[in-house]
Design a protein around this ligand. Structure first.
Ligand code: GLN
Length: 204
């Protein structure tokens, strides 16, 4: 731990790591890539980035990071998952491949490639409850939250278009996830919200 600045790791075996590191630093965290369990030991919180959840599961298993991560999450470590990261943090998934496992942490059912495989990527405003103004979100073969337990707070839904009302950001205690990629916009409000959450947990 760094005085004042929470140490936030970014799962770095696969996915868009650099963008998250930069956003986390901008949001006031000390950000560091995590590839092995010794690196996980020194972080206060983790970001699981976008990428490919099936590959993340395989690599995390090979690099012996899957089980340590699962245990830290089960012990209450704060985490932010974006896109594939949302899939990794879901307790249950729809549309996974045979044998695909998740880390868990969020009492949700997440559907992979929910917006349709042909819809590779799109942009849309989302109504992000804690923010004053909508968040302009970028979706890339994104999942959505199909179902959630009573302990899960819906943070954001799609504002308009055919997917209007779909749940695209959630939080349960200190674990949150977005369907979209907040790290590749110029808007750091999601990362600030998360770093403030980590700070509030550390201070308690
Ligand atoms: N469709 C990918 C998966 O299942 C997620 C895509 C993304 O992270 N941009 O992991």
């Amino acid at each position: 731990m760094t005085a004042g600045r929470p140490v936030v790791g970014v799962f770095a075996l696969q996915g868009d790591v650099r963008e998250h590191l930069r956003m986390l630093e901008a949001a006031g965290a000390a950000a560091t890539p995590v590839r092995r369990s010794s690196e996980l030991d020194v972080v206060d919180a983790m970001v699981i980035p976008g990428g490919e959840s099936t590959t993340m599961h395989k690599l995390a298993t090979v690099f012996e990071l899957f089980e340590p991560l699962r245990q830290r999450l089960a012990a209450g470590m704060p985490a932010l998952g974006t896109c594939a990261g949302m899939i990794m943090l879901a307790d249950r998934i729809e549309g996974g491949i045979a044998g695909q496992q998740t880390l868990g942490g969020l009492d949700v059912v997440v559907r992979r490639n929910a917006f349709g495989r042909q819809v590779d990527s799109f942009e849309s405003d989302v109504d992000f409850a804690p923010f004053d103004a909508p968040f302009h979100a970028l979706f890339i073969r994104a999942p959505w939250v199909e179902k959630h337990g009573t302990g899960v707070e819906v943070l954001a839904t799609v504002a308009d278009g055919p997917a209007a009302g779909r749940i695209v950001a959630v939080r349960q205690d200190a674990v949150m996830a977005t369907s979209f990629h907040p790290e590749i916009t110029g808007d750091d409000r999601v990362h600030r919200y998360f770093v403030d959450l980590v700070r509030s947990i550390r201070g308690s």
